[in-house]
Structure formats: structure tokens, C-alpha cells
Unconditional design. Structure first.
Length: 711
């Protein structure tokens, strides 16, 4: 027997199960599973398991066995240890814990060993900790008792109505086992001692007592009780987010507006809007114990069990747990959220893995987006995804129900609608920490390359007199330039003066920056082509039936014929080298026809884009649903007003490199991916801006070429 395994005290994980199978035994625990081969493997595992409780060394388990049997025991235990199905229970004795503590808190030590693959040293920190409980009555009493019962060395309670006899009884029970613990209730006005963790119960009328600032680095376990529900978490430590304010802001955007109004009214006035009946002792005990458990995990060095937050219905006792993302409007976490993440995704993933990752953004309580709304939608001829997307800028901004369509699968349609929602969300957050202020002349004199509004394709000509700028990267030279904040966030308050068109030109989202550049640049060129057509350049009338556009376009045209609708398609030649087409339905003269614009780097891709969105809009109308495909490039356009001429010669397909090879003008990328969006996985958003051909960057300035850091 190897010497290193003789003294091991194997303890089987509490979630381990095993099943007899042909040729061996199948074992599963948590998210891990493996198959142990051998004719007698099941017999050995079933015989050994009752003794794998940490109370016996491997040498003791093998005592009296023959050489072959000892080898079999060592092989089985070694396999269980190697794969994490069993842990070595010895570290508990090496954590500075005496035998009385180990005996009294054996279950807590065993839990830590289970959660950390055998390392129970974190329990020493639990024993040495001081926890402050803020709250009143049964809430605070239950939490304080649970903390003492699970090994915390010192507990102090700040609040009224605390059952001091219950605390004294728990201290006495701990002392009866030869273990020391202290508990005290702070007199009103007394200064609290330094605490390692604070558990804070905010009942109706006491929300103002919850800390909002990150100035106090003490970890906080918050419980907010309101309107028949209690929200436990998220646990916040130091400057790390999210915090309880983030959770309440997310909850406000997904709740009934009246509930949200009551919450913030209470927070502002410090009095409950609707004082409720006293909470039952059972509910208080449940929440107190749950909050104490979070504090225990935090002290022991385990990740918070509420990596998000738990919402508990105080009447039905139903609870749900969801991830919480830091909110850009939070006074504590907002700056970190609005700081644009310029890092690239670690690696490419397939569509299923990406969808699973991005779905973390969706949650009916704390999600960045609320929920998918496509369960009852007709999924023929196209696959349609719908998503409720609240604005990050408050309740008055409302919630949009965005849709996206795909010709092959709902999964791809959902990825597309998540990307559309990300564009909408990021475009509403111009208050980023890296905004530069100053006049164009002053910034140019300081050595910056400055592109005034009049230099951009989307300029309205209203004014060049702006003072808020953000860095952009030239896709041609790699250098940096300052562009108007209004041009990057044209749908937001940053463009209140309408110095650029209030349309999201060049805004895109995708799995990486390359996808954003390809989509955003094609979209910006499509806008250029549409504007040129509105100014009198003729659009080419295409016969989509005669276009060699592939099976996807053929299927879409078949869908229109099935619905008995005629489609007119116009090519926008000024979008070159990208391809852009306008597709609209023929209809009565007095009605504005449905229309869409499609773009891409080939005519087939542009046709498919436009026809897919148009057919999807028709399909949704058949279900009695509006089709919000996102903000359009010209929302008030009647396509029949466009000047139409014969189709010109078919242009070859291109790619972004062809557009960037044009020596006239520039194309610039500004990243807009906020930290909460990127936290879910491979999702990048940005805006591609085009400078006007022939326009100068007045006045001339020295170009500062460097590395883009924050945008």
C-alpha cells in the first residue's frame, strides 16, 4: 500500500450515488460521473461506502485483509478520491480546531469538506469571526441563533424586539459542548464593534438604513422585505457588485410599475407605504437561517450561494433564485457597469453554447431582459423569437417587445433577438466614465484628432458646437480619434440637440468585434445608400425571382406567394461596396406599405435579410402581434417616394476590407459593450461611424495614434 494513502480518512461526498451496471458500477455526484469497471466493482463500492465517513484511515479499513483485497480497497478509494467522489477528512484537525469544536460542529465541518473537496480550514475563520445582525424581532433573532448554532464565535444584534433569552439559550447550548461563543444585543445608540460580515434585514419603513455606498468594505448580506416578498442577496463585498440596489433596480423594471413606485417612495420617505401584518415566526426563521447560511459561506471562503438573489413569497413560501447583474443606474456599481469592456471573448463557441450563455441575461425578476415571448407564436414559415427588453434608464422609458426571425431555428432567432436587445440596451447608456469634455478646438490643440458632427455621415447640420466626446478606433489606420458622444448614442439624451440623425446607424452586436465591424459597417453603408436615394439617386428595380440568390431567398419568395402578396425590391447602389436593398409590399395607395431594408456583403445576403424581416413581419401580423425589429434607419419612410430606375449591372460580392480600402473618408469603431452584457459570455456591441467623403476635420490637428484602452 502506498505510504501517502495509508493515513487518508476518506469521506464520501453526500451527493454521491452509485448504480450497478453490466461490467462494473456507475457513479454520479454533482456534475461529475464515471464508470468503474470490474466484475466485483459494485460489491466493493457498496461494501465500502458505509465506512467512508471520515472516521477511518485507509490503513484501518484494510486491516486484516489479504494482499489482493487490500489492493482492491486502495484502487476503489483511490478512484473515488481522484474523481472528487470522496475527500480526505484529515485537514479538519490541521485547521487549529480543538476536539471540542470538531465534536460540536461536526456537521458544519463535514459540509465544508464536502464543498471544498476536503479542505475544512475555512471553519477556523468562522469560529474567529464577529457578525453583526441588523434588524428587529423574529428576523434578527432567527439569524443570530442560526449563526451561533453553526459555529460563529461572536454575534451582536442591533435592533429592537430581539429575543435575548433565545440568544442566551443558544450560547449556553454551545458552551455545554465545551465551546465558547458570545452574543449581545446593542443598546439603542451604542456604537457597533468592527464586524467581519453584516447581515441586514430591511423591513418596510427601514430601507433607508441599508448602506448604498461602497465606502464600507464590510461584506453585506441584505434581506429586503416588501409587498409580501423578501429578497435575499446579492451578497456584496467591498467594491464588488452587484448589490441590493442593483437587485431592486432590476426588480423594479420587471415588476408592476405601482410596486416599483411604492418601493422608491418608501426609500425616499423612510416610512412604509402599506404597513403589513406581522410576519410569521416560521417565515422569519426560514429567512433568518438562509441569511445566516450566506454569512457562514462567506466567512468560510465559499462563493455566495446567492450569486444572484432569492425572492421568497411570504404567503406561499415559494422561492426563486436568479442571477443579478450590476445595474448601470446603481450609485454604488453603476460606474463599473458603464465602463466599456474592450476585451475580446476568450474563444469561439458553437451556437448552442452561446445561446445557453447569453440566456443568463434573461430573467423575469432580475434579468437584464425579462423573458422570451415566443412560446405562443406561429413558427411557420419562419422561426420567430420575441423578447421583453426593459430600458436601463428607468420605468418611464418603458419596455419593448423586440422580435427577430430566422429561416432555420428558434435558437438562432433567439440569439438574434438577444443581440438586437443588446444594441438597444447599450445605446441607451451614454454616461460612460471615459467621456471627454471640451470644445473641439481645445481638444485639437491638445493633440487629439477630432471629428466634428459635420464630418460624419449622420450629421444634421444643426450645430458643431458640442462638448462631449468619446474615443474611436479608425478601422483603416488603427489610430484613435475623438467623435461626438451624440453620434455613438443617437437615440439617447446625448443627442438631445439632434446634431446627428436620431437613428442607430452602424450599431451592431455579435459574438466578437469582427462580427460587429462587418455588420455595423454594412449597416452604415446601407444608410449612406438610403440617404443618397432619398436625395434623388435612382434605386434599381430588381426582379427577385430572377436573382441567383440561393435556396433561402427562393423559400422566402415562396412564402410571399403562399400568402398572396407581391413584393417589390429596390437595390441601393450608393451603399457600395456593401449591398443594400429595400423590400416592400404592394398595397392600396392610401396605406403606407410594410417595408424593410436588408444589407450585407453580397446581394444574396441583402435580399435574404430584407425578405426575411418582411415575411416575418407579415407572419407576426397574422398572429395579431406587432413586429418590433428594432429601431430602423428611416422609420418614417414611405418606400414609394424613392426614385426608381432600371437595375444596373450586378455588382460583385465584397467584404469589409473592400470598404476599408477606399481612400476617401474613414470608418471608425466605438465599442459600447457594458460590463453587465459581457458578463454573460460572448457578446460584443459597438457602433461604426463613417466620415463624409471630402469633409475635413477642421481645424487641422496632429493625429495621436495609439492604443485604444477604454472604448
Amino acid at each position: 500500500m502506498p505510504e501517502e494513502i495509508r493515513a487518508v480518512r476518506p469521506r464520501l461526498r453526500q451527493d454521491a450515488v452509485f448504480l450497478r451496471s453490466d461490467g462494473g458500477v456507475y457513479l454520479r455526484g454533482g456534475e461529475t460521473a464515471f464508470f468503474l469497471r470490474g466484475r466485483t466493482a459494485y460489491r466493493w463500492v457498496s461494501t465500502l461506502c458505509p465506512y467512508l465517513d471520515g472516521g477511518h484511515t485507509v490503513a484501518e479499513l484494510c486491516d486484516g485483509l489479504g494482499e489482493a483485497h487490500r489492493a482492491a480497497v486502495v484502487d476503489v478509494i483511490g478512484a473515488l478520491l481522484d474523481r472528487g467522489f470522496a475527500v480526505d477528512a484529515r485537514p479538519a484537525g490541521e485547521a487549529g480546531l480543538d476536539q471540542a469544536v470538531l465534536a460540536r460542529f461536526a456537521r458544519q465541518v463535514a459540509y465544508l469538506q464536502h464543498a471544498t473537496s476536503g479542505d475544512a480550514t475555512g471553519f477556523a475563520a468562522v469560529r474567529a469571526a464577529r457578525v453583526r445582525v441588523v434588524g428587529s424581532g423574529t428576523w434578527a433573532t432567527a439569524a443570530a441563533v442560526a449563526l451561533l448554532r453553526n459555529g460563529v464565535g461572536a454575534v451582536e444584534v442591533a435592533g429592537s424586539g430581539v429575543d435575548e433569552r433565545a440568544l442566551a439559550a443558544e450560547v449556553a447550548a454551545v458552551a455545554a459542548g465545551g465551546v465558547e461563543a458570545t452574543a449581545r444585543v446593542l443598546p439603542p445608540g451604542a456604537a457597533p464593534a468592527r464586524a467581519d460580515v453584516v447581515v441586514h434585514f430591511a423591513e418596510p419603513g427601514s430601507l433607508t438604513g441599508l448602506p448604498v455606498s461602497a465606502a464600507d468594505p464590510t461584506p453585506l448580506v441584505p434581506v429586503v422585505v416588501r409587498a409580501g416578498t423578501a429578497v435575499l442577496g446579492p451578497v456584496a463585498a467591498g467594491a464588488e457588485g452587484p448589490c441590493w440596489v442593483c437587485a431592486q433596480l432590476r426588480l423594479a423594471s420587471t415588476s408592476h410599475p405601482a410596486e416599483a413606485a411604492d418601493l422608491w417612495r418608501e426609500l425616499a420617505l423612510g416610512v412604509p407605504v402599506r404597513p403589513g401584518a406581522p410576519t410569521s415566526a416560521v417565515v422569519a426563521d426560514m429567512l433568518g437561517t438562509a441569511a445566516a447560511f450566506e454569512a457562514f459561506r462567506l466567512l468560510a471562503g465559499l462563493p455566495a450561494d446567492t450569486a444572484g438573489a432569492v425572492v421568497q413569497d411570504l404567503e406561499t413560501l415559494e422561492s426563486t433564485r436568479q442571477r443579478v447583474f450590476p445595474h448601470p443606474g446603481c450609485p454604488r456599481c453603476g460606474d463599473a457597469v458603464r465602463t466599456v469592456d474592450a476585451a475580446e471573448p476568450a474563444a469561439a463557441v458553437d451556437d448552442e453554447a452561446r445561446y445557453e450563455s447569453l440566456s443568463a441575461l434573461v430573467g423575469n425578476r432580475f434579468g437584464v431582459f425579462e423573458w422570451f415571448t415566443d412560446d405562443d407564436l406561429t413558427q411557420v414559415p419562419l422561426k420567430v423569437a420575441g423578447l421583453r427588453a426593459p430600458s436601463p434608464n428607468g420605468l418611464t422609458a418603458g419596455t419593448r417587445e423586440l422580435v427577430a426571425v430566422d429561416g432555420t431555428s428558434v435558437l438562432l432567432a433567439r440569439i438574434a433577438v438577444l443581440e438586437a436587445a443588446a444594441v438597444h440596451y447599450a445605446g441607451a447608456l451614454p454616461d460612460r466614465p471615459d467621456v471627454l469634455t471640451g470644445t473641439a478646438d481645445a481638444l485639437a490643440a491638445a493633440g487629439h484628432r477630432v471629428l466634428r458632427p459635420s464630418c460624419l455621415d449622420t450629421a444634421t447640420g444643426v450645430s458643431d458646437d458640442i462638448d462631449r466626446w468619446v474615443r474611436a478606433t479608425s478601422l483603416k489606420s488603427g489610430g484613435t480619434a475623438l467623435v461626438p458622444l451624440a453620434a455613438v448614442y443617437p437615440m439617447s439624451a446625448a443627442n438631445a440637440a439632434r446634431v446627428v440623425e436620431a437613428v442607430p446607424v452602424g450599431a451592431a452586436a455579435g459574438p466578437d468585434a469582427d462580427a460587429v465591424v462587418a455588420r455595423g459597417l454594412a449597416g452604415a453603408l446601407a444608410h449612406r445608400g438610403l440617404v443618397a436615394t432619398l436625395r434623388g439617386r435612382a434605386a434599381g428595380l430588381l426582379d427577385p425571382e430572377a436573382e441567383p440568390a440561393g435556396d433561402a431567398v427562393t423559400a422566402l419568395l415562396k412564402g410571399f406567394r403562399h400568402l398572396g402578396r407581391a413584393v417589390r425590391v429596390l437595390d441601393l447602389p450608393a451603399a457600395a461596396p456593401a449591398h443594400a436593398v429595400v423590400a416592400h409590399l404592394a398595397g392600396p395607395v392610401e396605406e403606407r406599405p410594410l417595408w424593410t431594408i436588408g444589407y450585407g456583403w453580397g446581394r444574396a445576403a441583402a435580399l435574404e435579410h430584407a425578405l426575411r424581416d418582411l415575411l416575418g413581419t407579415l407572419q407576426l401580423h397574422g398572429d395579431g402581434r406587432a413586429a418590433d425589429l428594432g429601431d430602423g434607419l428611416a422609420p418614417d419612410l414611405d418606400p414609394r417616394a424613392l426614385v426608381v430606375g432600371p437595375a444596373g449591372a450586378r455588382r460583385p460580392d465584397a467584404d469589409p476590407a473592400a470598404a476599408l480600402a477606399d481612400p476617401v473618408g474613414d470608418a471608425l469603431l466605438v465599442r459600447t459593450t457594458t460590463a453587465d452584457l459581457r458578463a454573460a459570455g460572448p457578446l460584443v456591441s459597438g457602433v461604426v461611424l463613417l466620415s463624409r467623403p471630402g469633409d475635413s476635420e477642421r481645424p487641422p490637428a496632429t493625429v495621436a495614434v495609439g492604443t485604444l484602452h477604454a472604448d
